[in-house]
Design a binder for this molecule. Structure first.
Ligand code: ASP
Length: 596
């Protein structure tokens, strides 16, 4: 049978000098077309690479005509012969740079409208335009490389698990609404008017139920949905490696994750990770780095400032100490060519204020003395300050005081992050660390009750179990987060598997027994039938791929992300639906306020 079009016999990335003389057909897109009269140099591109196609000046009239019709991004087929380029024309940057294909025939498979932006390695088109034409944006080398990286990453994860005795099990995406912290996406049921499914925020309860069923070791590359307000670099849907294991302790899960990431990073980016990742308690991470997701690619440490309070006449610091608050200091190091100007210190202060600090105090160390800022409150005590802080000439001592320990830490953490970036302290590479011993509960000031810091199914550490209710704020959980380069990339916990304990946790989180039975009855019911001790974790695939790809937004590693306003400029979703569809679902749309 004759082919409908000139079908490729080679791809655009594979031809080399050894292929000289071969007759080939290439299919691809016109990436560049430089012509000098009848002579054309066409860079033909496909997923595999780029090959130079030449329409020589001896080409017949038909070929010249066809070549003259070509425009950028036309999809074409080229038949021709591979020839070596003259030595002086070899392009070492291109894997196919030793050869070119002398065209004998060109077929236009499909033309293209004028492009909204050029297909470059990395486009500088505005985000909404990129997302509207995502199918074109994805043709760029940057996006092609990142989507390939994501594929390699997921493949390496699966390969790791397929060597173990984990089962890959799918859990439903139409489930009962059991909010886990964020807002659920709801899906109306047509068959049961007025009833709704929810899309899972994670497979949490279903993976726990798999443990009750005895499946022992489960994993899944799971899509999760959270109907959150657009903020930061969040997506309404994202992908997790979700896993759960029975008869394990925290150490088994941490150990498995270290093995997984060592293997995957070696395969995907050829990086040797340490056998064990650093560990910090939540408390130490907050005190030393001002964050529960510290970036350990630079060392700059925050220190306890209370010893300074004992030798100062600065009343604000004294008052904070009096109220059992926290005083933190950090020594911003001298750096050649970098001036700690008033303007820069004001910028640092702004970054601290975002996290609640009312001020960032400073004093400069100069030839064994303190200068400027709050130095006047340390008269006669300069030596002591310099010895407590270790500050040397050119360094700046920064101080934050706050009644609330967490706010003091986080504010100084923001200062630390800004200094790390501005002073160029951040080393290249991947710094993983575990954060453990998190508080189990957080107080929700707005709603006036305790809530789970992670989720309500996490186990309190054993020494707190008896007295949970007395002071929930003190209780530490069997929780762990994995942090990479300053991002939380996984979190997990050992789970509760006891009905009574689970109900006590619900009660502390303001969910009385009847409401717990109504919402989580299926879990509580399962826990009445000999659940095994179990635990798990869920690393975020998008975030880790983003870090490996050295990007600052997860959109860069997702084929079709939503924009920052939580909609898709490409298919214009979310969109209105037909009245008939609403009728079938027995749904009436409330008129907007101004129409009512
Ligand atoms: N389901 C949790 C989450 O999505 C992770 C876990 O505890 O396994 O954050």
């Amino acid at each position: 049978m004759e082919e409908a079009f000139m079908k490729r016999t080679a791809n655009c990335g594979e031809l080399r000098a050894k292929d000289e003389g071969k007759e080939v057909i290439l299919n691809g897109w016109v990436h560049r077309d430089r012509n000098h009269g009848a002579l054309h140099f066409i860079n033909l591109r496909d997923r595999y690479g780029m090959t130079q196609v030449v329409v020589d000046d001896d080409a017949d009239a038909e070929l010249v005509k066809r070549a003259s019709e070509l425009k950028l991004e036309y999809c074409i087929a080229v038949k021709g012969k591979v020839r070596k380029r003259p030595e002086s024309m070899v392009n070492k940057e291109m894997p196919t740079g030793e050869i070119e294909v002398k065209a004998e025939k060109i077929e236009i498979l499909s033309p293209s409208d004028t492009l909204p932006f050029m297909i470059e390695d990395e486009t500088n088109a505005k985000e909404d335009l990129r997302l509207k034409y995502r199918f074109l944006d994805l043709r760029s080398k940057g996006m092609q490389d990142r989507i390939r990286l994501r594929h390699e990453f997921i493949k390496a994860i699966r390969q790791f698990f397929y060597k173990t005795d984990f089962y890959e099990i799918e859990t439903p995406t139409l489930i009962r609404s059991t909010p886990e912290g964020a807002r659920d996406f709801l899906v109306p049921s047509r068959i049961y008017p007025g009833k709704f499914f929810a899309l899972p925020q994670s497979p949490q309860l279903y993976k726990q139920l798999l443990m009750v069923s005895g499946f022992d070791k489960y994993f899944q590359i799971a899509r999760c949905y959270r109907d959150e307000d657009p903020r930061g670099d969040r997506q309404l849907e994202f992908t997790q490696l979700d896993l759960e294991m029975s008869f394990v302790t925290r150490e088994d899960i941490l150990d498995l994750m270290e093995k997984l990431f060592r293997e995957v990073f070696k395969k995907v980016v050829n990086v040797e990770l340490p056998e064990h990742f650093k560990r910090l308690s939540y408390h130490d991470a907050m005190n030393t780095y001002g964050s529960d997701k510290p970036d350990l690619r630079f060392s700059l440490e925050i220190k306890d400032g209370l010893p300074l309070v004992d030798i100062t006449s600065f009343q604000i610091l004294k008052d904070i100490k009096e109220k059992n608050g926290a005083v933190k200091f950090l020594v911003a190091p001298k750096k050649e060519g970098f001036d700690y100007t008033r303007k820069y210190l004001a910028e640092l202060e702004e970054s601290a204020k975002i996290y609640g600090a009312s001020a960032l105090y400073f004093m400069k160390a100069e030839d064994g003395k303190l200068q400027g800022g709050i130095s006047k409150f340390f008269e006669g005590k300069n030596d002591e300050v310099l010895s407590i802080t270790g500050a040397k000439t050119g360094d700046v001592i920064l101080v934050i005081a706050h009644e609330n320990w967490k706010k003091a830490c986080n504010s100084m953490g923001a200062v630390r992050s800004k200094l790390g970036a501005d002073l160029n302290l951040i080393k290249k590479g991947f710094e993983f660390c575990w954060i453990i011993d998190f508080p189990l509960f957080e107080y929700n000031e707005d709603e006036g009750h305790w809530e789970a810091a992670h989720h309500m199914f996490s186990m309190p550490q054993s020494e707190y179990i008896e007295t949970l209710e007395e002071d929930p704020g003190r209780v530490k959980g069997d929780l762990y987060d994995l942090v990479l380069n300053g991002y939380e990339v996984a979190s997990g916990s050992i789970r509760i598997h006891d009905v009574e304990l689970q109900k006590r946790i619900f009660r502390i989180c303001n969910i009385p027994d009847d409401m717990a039975e109504e919402r989580f009855g299926f879990l509580l019911n399962a826990f009445r039938f000999s659940p095994p001790p179990h635990g798990g974790i869920a690393p975020g695939i998008d975030r880790i791929c983003m870090i490996i790809a050295d990007q600052s937004s997860i959109k860069e590693v997702i084929a079709y992300p939503k924009n920052t306003a939580a909609m898709s400029p490409m298919d214009e979703s979310p969109a209105e639906v037909e009245q008939k569809q609403l009728d079938e679902l027995s749904i009436m749309i409330k008129p907007k306020k101004d129409e009512a």
